[in-house]
Design a protein around this ligand. Sequence first.
Ligand code: ADP
Length: 210
Amino acid sequence: MNLLIYGPPGSGKGTQAELLHQSFDIPHIATGDILRGEVAAGTPLGLQAQPIMAAGGYVPDDIMIGIIRNRLQQGDSQKGFVMDGFPRTIPQAEALDGLLDELGRRFDRVVYLNVDIAELVPRLAGRMTCPIDQKTYPPGTAKCPLDGAKLIQREDDKPEAVKKRIEVYLDKTLPLLDYYRGPCSTTTGAGAWFPRSTAWAQSRRSTNAC
Ligand code: ADP
């Protein structure tokens, strides 16, 4: 089962992808998490990506395509994957099609999380993140319910970066809606903070139908 989940920042991609990962026992490939891992480890890639991410911009396509090429070659993705955060641009989507072709794979389902742009700013600007597992929680949550760590605000969840992330999303990522239009694509209602969300139920159901 190869799944793609995409949508604006703050739409709940990570939450939904995590549920699909558990439900289908396939790896959750999240480019944001991979990049944050590189930043935390202080690798050359992390050093290059850190200021771009903090400002809410996109890391260059060639770097991102290289990351995904490596990730798809790892053994665990042979049984399938749920991809979150990639592709984010048309060139990334075209490169991914080429990579999937080389591997003889294709997406079984492409799920778009549709959330009103007006709803994104308060969601992102207030959300709190666990520094250990990177999971996000609603505004006002103090501690990670899973490991008790004190939650932090991500650098790119600060107001200026949030504004930039939404602008870049509208310019570079929204065109993917047309790119992926087709019988295996589906659009859900609002993403949500919690596992019981209808978005998850819809994306789960849709995987049976294509
Ligand atoms: P969100 O979807 O909430 O913005 P992510 O965790 O997916 O958060 O990504 C965080 C940041 O990592 C992005 O704002 C961007 O700077 C960088 N990033 C992640 N994936 C990509 C990608 N495919 N192309 C370019 N930049 C990316």
